[in-house]
Ligand binder design. Structure first.
Ligand code: GLU
Length: 322
């Protein structure tokens, strides 16, 4: 299988050093395998998309020395490369799930779900575990309630863990049924949920290797259920550890001048930025200056440390001192 990797930025905010490192590692994995790397813009959530952000993100990635073979600006055989243009694909996927009786309409509001859940079942990025309230509605109830409110659609999740092999973290397993429950694949406003969109796009675009941040490990289990339900072949996954600040917390504004655009405007050398990102991944010595292409030879994702990469404010400050 040839390697087709991708980067999938959401144009809802500027790239920071953490996103840029994920992009670099995904790009390196593709180059080291002599594969393709494509750019997909995840602009599904229209109200959160910021004008001009897509162009800015692509421009900043190029500034770092990254390039792609297909994307919204270049076109390619499996376009369009913007999720906002792919609504028909997601609608078709939902139809297939409905035809297989693997998705059902859900009329619950957030407040109703919160009220129905007596005790939260551990952490889930989708909020409390969905208790399955609408799973057993009769056709008559569905018809009646459809007159009152447009439903969301949930995937019916079988009990038991979803296991997969991760290129960085090794054997992983998540019990989606116990932690998240039946999850939303299509929102009530008609927008596809990230889990559905990412899975069907990666499949439709022939992506073989997904490299992304390890905050998405639990999402991968959900996406594997989408692949399974739709009879699609799943790609290989490698989840790279996040970059954290000195306090061990996920990178945020308070950790310093972290937006790539800001570093660029303030005169940072892109080779110093790439060197810093590489040193955070054990690929270069601290203080190195290099282009991404200098890091391709011998690159191996499986040798990446599994612990979060710690970024010190002084390292960011050094980028601005020339
Ligand atoms: N659009 C997602 C994000 O920016 C990335 C999802 C993915 O790589 O699958 O977090």
């Amino acid at each position: 299988m040839t390697h087709r990797g991708r980067f999938a930025p959401s144009p809802t905010g500027p790239l920071h050093l953490g996103n840029a490192r994920t992009a670099l590692l995904s790009w390196l994995a593709a180059q080291a395998a002599d594969g393709d790397w494509l750019m997909r813009v995840e602009d599904l959530d229209a109200p959160r998309v910021r004008t001009g952000m897509e162009g800015r993100i692509l421009d900043e990635l190029r500034w770092l020395g990254l390039d792609w073979d297909e994307g919204p600006d270049l076109g390619g055989a499996v376009g369009p490369y913007r999720q906002s243009q792919l609504g028909a694909r997601y609608a078709a996927a939902l139809r297939a799930l409905r035809a297989a009786r693997l998705a059902y309409p859900c009329f619950c509001s957030r407040a109703e779900i919160a009220a129905a859940v007596a005790a939260p079942h551990g952490p889930s990025d989708e909020g409390p575990r969905y208790p399955g309230t609408c799973r057993g509605l009769t056709p008559a109830e569905v018809t009646r309630r459809s007159g009152e409110r447009r439903p969301a659609w949930r995937l019916a999740v079988e009990p038991g863990p979803v296991a997969f092999q991760d290129g960085v973290h090794g054997a992983c397993a998540y019990d989606v049924a116990a932690t998240t429950g039946d999850f939303v694949v299509m929102r009530a406003d008609g927008l596809a949920a990230y889990q559905l969109a990412a899975a069907v796009d990666d499949a439709a675009m022939g992506v073989t290797d997904v490299v992304r941040g390890d905050d998405l490990l639990p999402s991968t289990a959900r996406q594997l259920l989408v692949y399974r339900a739709l009879g699609l072949a799943a790609p290989r996954f490698a989840h790279v550890p996040l970059v954290v600040g000195e306090d061990g917390e996920r990178l945020a504004k308070r950790h310093g001048a972290l937006a790539l655009g800001e570093l660029r405007e303030r005169g940072a050398d892109p080779r110093a930025v790439v060197g810093l990102l590489a040193s955070l991944s054990g690929l270069a010595e601290p203080g190195a200056r290099c282009w991404p292409r200098d890091l391709v030879a011998g690159f191996d994702l499986s040798r990446l440390p599994r612990a979060p990469a710690r970024l010190a404010a002084a390292q960011v400050a050094a980028l601005l001192e020339g």
